[in-house]
Design a protein around this ligand. Structure first.
Ligand code: ADP
Ligand code: ZN
Length: 539
């Protein structure tokens, strides 16, 4: 899967860097260069630079060298903040979630008088180009407050201490302008988990992150400074950032579905002269996998193409050309899913959903989607887990069957399988091993539990070779039986599977209500609390 290759490469980085470090300190000419010549050149360069500034260079009093610790944030205020929620198409749930924050910024006293706690930080999670920056700007526009925008990578510089001082400077400016919004794009550039890498340059980044944490703790939100941050990699963030009082509110922004894309088209078509009969719905249908930024791009390209041809209004053929052009660019980035792949993903997800619907102890479905999400996930299904801490064997096996539903659907519909089930299989394997070796749920292995092997026993297994073999065998049996059971049920429900998959291909996202509409009420009781997501990845 894409995901695991990525993280494998990530894991390799520290080692590579470590190797390079030892190589450089061997006293080779590179070592001499980096340790001796380069610093001299740098100091000399800085000295010359300062002298130039002092001799009346551009940049006003002090010159730029003394500004290096100042934040590089861009400030938008007044007229330039004309962006409102109307400019943000779709994203209804996200807008709803941030409305409270906007309300607070408009009228902080109303909230603080009642002793209410307003979030200090909101983390926007989603792939690039889906409108995270736009939403943040619209919040500032709606609240009519100043907006500081900076990218995480802008904090990090070569010189020690610069990042931290930029953070402090940013917060100082923000406090002077309060109520206001600070927006940190790509927060993962500063916010990666501390202390996991071995290379030295990290000290500077960690100092910057620490400064950010200190600043976030140092003011209370009644000062009216709200910090928004965006990332596509919440998994790499330092957990300290996500603690209460920091970015404790998280909003996920997905790639738009067909309806969302149509809405985004409408926003970006507004300023463009188009022919009267332009079929906007068809444009949306032809652009699966496009983010808002890609759609904005298509509209712009189409207008340029039409202008080049000397037309008075942009028509469908111009949009067709523009879409082809943008797809060309996206294909290079590997972001486009072929129609066959889309079919496989639809049947895979439908397989999960059908199993979830017709198994008593599986978590009933909340939402199933074949719109790619996040770094490696192609489709996903979201379930309503029941509120419980104890699971019976029946419950665990039902859930295992639901997770196998994707792979089995591919098997019975296409007669072959894909790499898309990697995440499912990983979870099933863990679950089965836990049943046998931790929860004592297997007759042959018996009522023993080898919990927390790494910590308790070091590297030595506390059981014999023979027991190990039995555990492996029993795990296989559990999974094989689940597979057989899943195949049987899905074969019985084949027409439902087809129906759901075809609906998914048409609509891309289906909710629980849509399933009730297709199959009638789910035949079992359910409790609603939080939601859980199962992602599917593929190579
Ligand atoms: P992100 O911050 O998530 O990478 P941006 O907010 O910078 O994405 O989006 C880039 C551009 O794409 C926006 O300026 C806007 O023109 C367009 N765009 C993205 N999402 C939307 C949306 N939901 N509605 C309207 N335009 C959008
Ligand atoms: Zn799956």
């Amino acid at each position: 899967s894409i995901g695991s290759v990525d993280s494998f490469l990530d894991q390799m980085k520290p080692y590579q860097n470590q190797m390079r470090l030892t190589y450089e300190t061997k006293g080779s000419w590179q070592g001499i260069f980096f340790n001796l010549v380069l610093p001299i050149l740098l100091i000399g360069g800085i000295w010359v630079y300062i002298m130039r500034r002092m001799n009346g260079g551009v940049g006003g009093p002090g010159g730029q060298i003394f500004n290096i610790g100042k934040s590089k944030a861009t400030l938008f205020e007044g007229e330039s903040m004309a962006i409102t929620f109307d400019h943000v198409a779709g994203l209804d749930e996200a807008k709803e979630e941030v409305r409270e924050v906007v309300d607070f910024l408009k009228n902080p006293q109303k909230y603080t008088a009642l002793g209410g706690k307003i979030p200090k930080g909101v983390l926007l999670i989603g792939p690039p180009g889906t409108g995270k920056t736009l939403l943040a700007k619209a919040m500032a526009g709606e609240a009519k407050v100043p907006f500081f925008s900076i990218s995480g990578s802008d904090f990090v510089e070569l010189f020690v201490g610069v990042g931290a001082s930029r953070v402090r400077d940013l917060f100082k400016q923000a406090r002077e302008k309060a109520p206001c919004i600070i927006f940190v794009d790509e927060i993962d550039a500063v916010g990666r988990a501390r202390g996991k890498s071995m290379f030295q340059g990290n000290d500077e980044r960690e100092n910057t992150l620490n400064a950010l944490l200190v600043e976030m703790d140092g003011f209370s939100s009644d000062k009216g400074v709200i910090i928004l941050a965006a990332t596509n990699r919440p998994d790499v963030l330092d957990s300290a950032l996500l603690r209460p009082g920091r970015f404790d509110r998280q909003i996920t922004i997905d790639q738009p579905d067909a309806v969302g894309r149509e809405q985004i088209f409408r926003v970006h078509l507004a300023p463009i002269k188009i022919v009267d009969n332009l079929d906007i719905k068809r444009l949306a249908e032809q652009t699966p996998g496009f983010a808002g930024a890609d759609i904005a791009n298509v509209c712009n390209e189409a207008a340029l193409i039409a202008a080049r041809k000397g037309k008075t209004a942009v028509d469908m053929s111009d949009f067709q050309d523009a879409i082809d052009r943008v797809i060309g660019g996206l294909e290079k980035k590997n972001k486009i899913i072929s129609p066959e792949e889309k079919r496989i993903i639809a049947y895979h997800e439908a397989g999960h959903a059908i199993m979830g619907w017709f198994l008593r102890y599986a978590h009933p479905l909340l939402k199933v989607s074949i719109i790619p999400r996040g770094v490696a996930a192609l489709g996903y299904a979201q379930y309503i887990p029941s509120e419980q801490y104890l699971y019976t064997t029946e419950q665990l096996t039902d859930q295992m069957c639901m997770m196998l539903g994707g792979r089995v659907a591919e098997d019975i519909v296409f007669g072959r399988i894909s790499t898309g089930a990697q995440n499912d299989l990983e979870r099933i394997t863990k679950m089965a091993y836990a049943m046998v070796s931790i929860y004592g749920m297997n007759d042959k292995v018996g009522n023993v539990s080898f919990y927390d092997l790494q910590n308790e026993y070091g590297f030595q297994k506390p059981y014999s070779e023979e027991t190990g073999k039995i555990i492996d065998e029993e795990v296989r049996k559990i999974i094989d039986n689940a597979y057989i059971r899943t195949k049987k049920l899905l074969t019985e429900k084949r027409s439902e599977l087809n129906l759901l998959a075809e609906e998914l291909l048409k609509n891309e996202v289906l909710h629980k209500d849509d399933l009730v509409h297709l199959f009638g009420k789910r035949p079992f009781d359910e409790v609603l609390i939080d939601n859980a997501t199962s992602k599917d990845s593929a190579a």
